[in-house]
Design a protein around this ligand. Structure first.
Ligand code: SF4
Length: 731
């Protein structure tokens, strides 16, 4: 335990690598001791810090510092493979763009370097002053799915139970909130049911809104190892890299997929190709669902989806004929104005055909970020710690008991979602914002609007690895954070596997692990004593383990990091810690009180924005290449990754549309929506249909164009459906 007065001493001795003195007495600063296997010139393993696949990487050490890496051949996730981002994971740590010292905004708009002591005291005094003047709800935080679960849990508990923040959300709202709500309602808990081995066991793989080849390339590699010659059906408006190598590609009009899946259910019922025994024994509401899909005839569905009747029938026939059918989806489903219902339509198909709980089956959401699953269960934002519910008094009591805090410290609601926090900034209700490890000024919808709003805050704090992100550039205070590879903890991947991340590299300058920044803030806020038990990531893992007890995500048998072992562990851990693969619902028991899953459904609605004379094109967005990550804050630091894609912002359009607009390949195109405009290089391709264009999500301009429609249940933005006009731009 340390206090603010220790910070100077900490920084004096903190050259990024633990000094010998601290090695001897690590508990004094809560930094932990380097484990023996990471002593000089050894190997260690850790989970990659980019995507939710959760590959394990072998880190090669020299003199106590990581010098290179290679994919882990033993790990049940990646089995010796890694994508370009993983191979380059260490290199991006070493960058002149790293934040290395706390920075304060001056009156003239420039920056001054300040001490940690000054930065932390400024953080606490200004946030408290805002709360005192405008109420507790006048400050909020926006977190991430990129930091270890221990840090997420600490942030969420500290902010909401200690500092009195009523509102806090994460960038995970942007990628998988719809899947969370869908699973909770259908299964009774936010529980992706699969293990990656299912990709190799299926005979029929349905990929919806998922460009697996480049978004989750190692999962695609797993499909290529499938010995059953699976039918691979890609459902996507665009002929993506994955669609090009699939056995079948079905390209409905954007945002008509919900109608399509109701039409498939209609046909399966009409053909008697559903599993009555499973439905009767393990589900509720099927009869209402049957009535609901009765009007979704193939003719109507095909017309609404822009498909041939034969395509709708073929999709249903492939599902009906499969013995082990698995349904997988990512952002094409989640980032929709009806993402929850669309995810539930896929869950319904899995339930009605009994394709769940068996090898090679499942209704399987693949998450985005490396620790999106950790965020879902432990960030204390949409769900209370341990995947619980803020509104449930029993849940609040359980958390209060485990944490040994007064029950009334726990809010009775989850507070505002991301978009509601932005709205509250706009109407002046929220005046202080703390952004941790996310680049909102680039990634949020209607980017121009947000870039205007953030400077209007009384106080904007950005805590990040890089001082150069679009968001950090707008901050009043920048707190320099250590990154992946520079700190300890765990991630939880898409298949619910908890794996280790480790400190194998020294953080540059004065950058500190987010965990210790939170610790300093706790001290400065006067909460050091109350959070004394949260002294380091190992201690917090133990707290999380106890918080999981009795929940569907129970891993309370695993009390320490070391017990996770070299292969990680999938929750729940009921059946012995040595199982390397765990699939949910093998016993047909779901997490609702009656043990049954529920069919969830409602009538589709049209997206708010549709093509018009003024904005005739539908703008689709998605990942550009496997070498790019989100807003490129990290991946652009690697010269090797940058050689794997063309750096100029690009737009794809089909030859007919290019001709109509008088455009040729390599022309510049001014793309305009009702919310902004940006310039892109024209790429003419048959990957997109007439009337649709595609822009990769990574460059700054794209989110200027995106409208702000949200799924009403999950509050997830609909990134895949905006309308734009095109015009040839002068160079
Ligand atoms: Fe890392 Fe994902 Fe690439 Fe695996 S697939 S190496 S987890 S970025």
């Amino acid at each position: 335990m340390f206090s603010l007065s220790d910070i100077r001493e900490l920084l004096r001795s903190h050259d990024g690598v633990l000094t010998e003195e601290l090695r001897q007495n690590p508990s004094q600063l809560g930094l932990g001791q380097l484990p023996k296997h990471r002593q000089p010139d050894a190997l260690t393993t850790m989970v990659c810090g980019y995507c939710s696949t959760g590959c394990s990487l072998v880190i090669h050490m020299k003199d106590g510092q990581a010098i290179s890496l290679s994919p882990d051949g033993r790990y049940p996730v990646n089995r010796g493979m890694a994508c370009p981002k993983g191979w380059e994971a260490l290199r991006v740590l070493d960058s002149p763009e790293r934040a290395v010292v706390p920075l304060r905004r001056n009156d003239d708009g420039g920056w001054s370097e300040v001490s940690w002591e000054y930065a932390i005291l400024t953080f606490a005094s200004r946030m408290k002053a805002i709360q005192e003047k405008h109420g507790k709800g006048s400050v909020a935080f926006l977190g991430t799915g990129q930091i270890p679960t221990e840090e997420l849990a600490f942030l969420g508990a500290l902010a909401k139970f200690g500092m009195g923040f009523q509102h806090g959300d994460g960038n995970t709202r942007q990628c998988m909130a719809s899947a969370v709500v869908a699973y909770k309602q259908s299964f009774g808990f936010d529980a992706p049911p699969y293990t990656y081995q299912d990709l190799e066991e299926s005979d029929t793989i349905v990929l919806v809104g998922s460009n697996l080849c480049i978004a989750h390339p190692i999962l695609w590699e797993r499909i290529t190892r499938n010995p059953h010659q699976p039918r691979i059906i890609v459902i996507d408006p665009r002929r993506t890299e994955t669609a090009q190598v699939a056995t079948h590609h079905i390209a409905p009009m954007p945002k008509t997929d919900l109608t399509l899946f109701y039409g498939v259910a209609h046909l399966l019922i009409a053909w008697g190709a559903w599993d009555q025994k499973f439905v009767d024994e393990h589900t509720n509401e099927f009869e209402k669902f049957r009535e609901h899909v009765a009007p979704y005839t193939p003719d109507d569905v095909a017309r609404q989806c822009g498909l041939a009747v034969g395509e709708v029938e073929q999709l249903a026939r492939l599902i009906a004929d499969g013995q082990r059918v698995s349904f997988w989806w990512t952002m094409g489903v989640n980032q929709s104005h009806q993402g929850v219902l669309t995810a539930q339509a896929l869950i319904n198909l899995a339930l009605m055909t009994g394709n769940i709980g068996r090898p090679g089956t499942g209704a399987n959401s693949i998450t985005g970020q490396c620790n999106a699953m950790g965020s879902r269960i432990f960030s204390n934002t949409a769900s209370l710690l341990g995947g619980r519910d803020f509104t449930n008094p029993e849940h609040r009591k359980k958390v209060a008991d485990v944490l040994d805090i007064a029950e009334d410290r726990i809010p009775h609601s989850s507070g505002y979602a991301y978009d509601q926090i932005i709205e509250a900034i706009e109407r002046g209700e929220i005046k202080g914002l703390w952004i941790i490890a996310t680049n909102s000024a680039h990634s949020w919808v209607q980017q121009t609007r947000l870039k205007k709003l953030l400077p209007q805050l009384d106080f904007l704090v950005v805590q990040d690895m890089y001082a150069t992100s679009e968001t950090a550039q707008l901050a009043d205070l920048v707190l320099p954070a250590a990154g992946w590879g520079e700190k300890e903890g765990t991630f939880i991947n898409s298949e619910r596997r908890i794996g280790r991340v480790r400190r194998v590299s020294k953080a540059p300058g004065q950058a500190l692990a987010d965990f210790y920044i939170f610790r300093l803030i706790a001290e400065a806020w006067g909460l050091g004593h109350e959070f004394a038990a949260w002294k380091d990531p190992a201690a917090v893992f133990n707290i999380m383990s106890r918080l999981s007890q009795g929940q569907p995500c129970d891993f309370s048998r695993i009390a320490s990091h070391d017990e996770l072992g070299p292969l990680g562990i999938q929750w729940p851990v009921h059946d012995g810690v040595n199982a390397t693969e765990r699939r949910l619902f093998a016993d047909g028991q779901f997490f609702h009180k009656d043990g049954r899953a529920r069919f969830m459904f409602a009538s589709p609605v049209l997206p708010r924005e549709r093509p018009s004379r003024e904005f005739p094109y539908i703008l689709l967005t998605g990942r550009g290449t496997s070498a790019q990550w989100h807003t490129e804050t990290r991946t652009r630091q690697s010269p090797i990754l940058k050689r794997l894609y063309r750096d100029e912002p690009m737009i794809e359009m089909c030859p007919e549309d290019a001709k109509r607009e008088g455009l040729e390949a390599e022309d510049y195109v001014q793309v305009t929506s009702a919310y902004g405009q940006a310039r892109f290089l024209c790429v003419i391709t048959n990957k997109v249909k007439p009337g649709q264009v595609f822009i990769p999500m990574h460059k700054d301009g794209v989110n200027r164009l995106i409208q702000s429609e949200f799924d009403p249940q999950s509050r997830q933005p609909s990134y895949k459906m905006s309308v734009v006009q095109l015009k040839k731009a002068t160079v």
